[in-house]
Design a protein. Sequence first.
Length: 101
Amino acid sequence: MRKFAAWVALAITMAASPAIAEAPVQTHYSAARTPIGTLLADPVARAALGRRFPMLLQSRAVASGMANRMTLRSLKRFKPAIFTDAALAAIDADFAHMPGR
């Protein structure tokens, strides 16, 4: 019984301990990591995409949902003239300024 009480006390102490950190949460969207479907589901991110890449919102692949699992960076291999490093950095900067995303 004493061992059980010791384990319970240890578990309570560990649960209440501020030293144990949870896994970091993604604080903003990313051209390299966030799926296009996630970006399109957020009205603010969708508006940013519309400003930077208006042709993306008109794409059949996006309209059909075929591109939902892809990232913006992965589109670079298909349209390198549109999804340049500078354009992707610019959309990342837009995403970084979105609060709580």
